[in-house]
Ligand binder design. Structure first.
Ligand code: GLC
Length: 532
């Protein structure tokens, strides 16, 4: 097998060592049956595109049975496909075809909570306080004389209190929406069920998992109050706070990851990546110890501003954290939970130019890259009208936070009007697509050498085939203010970024790719370049 270094891959090097993953937000990728929602058949019909793009693996967001209160992250049956997305036969066909295309397939796992429609939760509601049925979740009596107050002051990540009262007066914990009750990870049945789910999908041929809220699951036994400074911080970025938050990163969580790893080790060649919103490098590294997860999302590039020092800080922290445990770093600019990066970088033409520059920075780094569907088209985040908003954050925050829908608008494939080939029969997509996306479609960008899609294709090809990307170590060059340059020590690739307002001299070497036009021997503002 040919490795990204252009050399034969070492038998001991796992396939994901420097793989490029492509996140498919299933609802928004391709709709094969004309109901306006993406599905498994839709993905299968577009695998040729992913091969052409040049990615190594895909990650599918949840497609399991779900009432869709959080668009599939509220799982009612983790071992079946929701009819909205297809069925198990469609899944098996997809796995086989992904493999035929020479790619790997990984799926989401949601161990922190279930849907309130999960059989277990329905049983828990029907059973009395103190029952074995209630013990699978986190039920507690309330505070106050009559238990009329929630058991502690925890807030939900989606806004409002993290507790919901049931008719007999007890309360249950939901770190996310009330339709997502948290499981009790001290309960052996909960542990056994996760193992069952892992094996179910592994036996069907998946190559790995993305673990949702991998820093959740375990909670301190006495459920202490949160630091009041955390109470007014809503939204997913609250995860990145430095103040210790008892809802997350409890030491008990590592037992869950050892359980997951124990199962995966019985299926050679499989892997797991955790969604780990933990800011402390040491605590982050703990998740990647040799008997826990293989990889972790750290979101430092998501949090970084378009500023050389900020980006360099994110890179150095990420590398430093994984070095503590000898794990591979992972890089991500966007996903279904955050504002798309062209918009974060200022939006409009400037945001796009900067997104091009950051794409080359990300793809120059050693380790694993996760692309989010549509980023290769340069899709912006959208301001959707109120009526279109579906993310539970919108309602839960009392309309203070618009939520994540703007990053989840379906993919434009072809044509000159919505739904741009997303739905087979031109049906209304589940989120409205803007009229002016004609120039952003795959069709429009494929043959255009100056397009974002062409930049990604070219960069991915060079990354895959050039020896310059060998080795995992970086060294930094001195660079003018607002700029940086690093070199991959093994293969010699140099990547330089200019976030300053003035053009600066290029580092020495032959240019492989630049994110925009160069100014003679100078690197213009908002531009990056690869050299050897
Ligand atoms: C993760 C998912 C997010 C979801 C949440 C609750 O953060 O990425 O989309 O809402 O978990 O499951």
């Amino acid at each position: 097998m040919v490795h990204s270094s252009g050399e034969e891959q070492d038998a001991d090097t796992p396939w994901w060592h420097d793989a490029v993953f492509y996140q498919v937000y299933v609802r928004s990728f391709a709709d094969s049956n004309g109901d306006g929602v993406g599905d498994l058949e839709g993905i299968r019909s577009r695998l040729g595109y992913l091969e052409l793009l040049g990615v190594d693996a895909i990650w599918l967001t949840p497609f399991y049975r779900s009432p869709m209160a959080d668009h599939g992250y509220d799982v009612a049956d983790p071992r079946d496909v929701d009819p909205l997305f297809g069925d198990l036969d469609a899944f098996d066909a997809l796995v086989a075809e992904v493999h035929d295309h020479g790619m790997k397939i990984t799926v989401d796992l949601v161990p922190n909570h279930t849907s309130d429609q999960h059989l277990w939760f329905q049983e828990a509601l029907a059973a009395p306080p103190g029952s074995v049925e209630r013990d699978r979740y986190v039920f507690r009596d309330g505070r106050g004389v009559h238990g009329e107050l929630p058991p502690n002051n925890w807030t939900s990540v989606f806004g409002g209190p993290a507790w919901q009262q049931v008719p007999d007066g007890q309360w249950y914990l939901h770190i996310f929406a009330p339709e997502q009750p948290d499981l009790n990870w001290r309960n052996p049945q909960v542990q056994a069920d996760l193992e069952h789910t892992l094996r179910f999908w592994l036996e069907r041929g998946v190559d790995g998992f993305r673990i949702d809220v991998a820093h959740g699951m375990a909670k301190p036994e006495d459920l202490p109050d949160m630091d009041p400074r955390l109470l007014n911080v809503d939204g997913l970025t609250a995860f990145a706070m430095d103040i210790h938050d008892p809802r997350f990163d409890d030491d008990g969580v590592h037992e869950v990851h050892r359980l997951i790893r124990g199962v995966l080790d019985q299926y050679p060649g499989t892997m797991a990546i955790g969604e780990i919103w933990v800011g402390d490098d040491d605590r982050f590294a703990d998740y990647l110890r040799s008997d826990e997860l293989h990889l972790g999302f750290n979101f430092r590039l998501v949090d970084a501003r378009f500023d050389a020092d900020s980006v360099r800080g994110a890179i150095e922290h990420s590398l430093g954290a994984v070095a503590k445990v000898g794990a591979q770093p992972t890089w991500t600019l966007s996903n279904h939970d955050v504002m798309r990066h062209p918009t974060r970088y200022g939006g409009g033409p400037l945001g796009t130019v900067r997104a091009r520059a950051m794409a080359l920075v990300e793809l120059a780094l050693p380790g694993v890259v996760y692309l989010y569907n549509g980023e290769e088209l340069g899709l912006p985040n959208l301001e959707l009208p109120d009526w279109a908003l579906q993310d539970p954050i919108w309602e839960r925050s009392g309309h203070a936070e618009r939520g994540r829908d703007g990053a989840r608008v379906p993919m434009p494939w072809e044509g000159n009007q919505p739904p741009f080939g997303f739905s087979e029969n031109g049906a209304q997509p589940w989120l409205p697509m803007p009229d002016d996306w004609e120039s952003l479609t795959v069709e429009a960008q494929l043959e255009d050498e100056g397009s974002m899609l062409s930049l990604y294709r070219q960069a991915l090809e060079v990354r895959r085939t050039s020896g310059a990307f060998a080795g995992d170590e970086l060294e930094w060059y001195g660079a003018p203010p607002g700029c940086f340059a690093f070199r991959r020590k093994g293969g010699g690739l140099i990547c330089a970024l200019n976030t300053s307002a003035a053009a600066v001299p290029l580092p020495p070497g032959d240019v492989l790719i630049a994110s925009g036009p160069l100014d003679g021997t100078k690197l213009p503002p908002d531009t990056s370049v690869w050299l050897v």
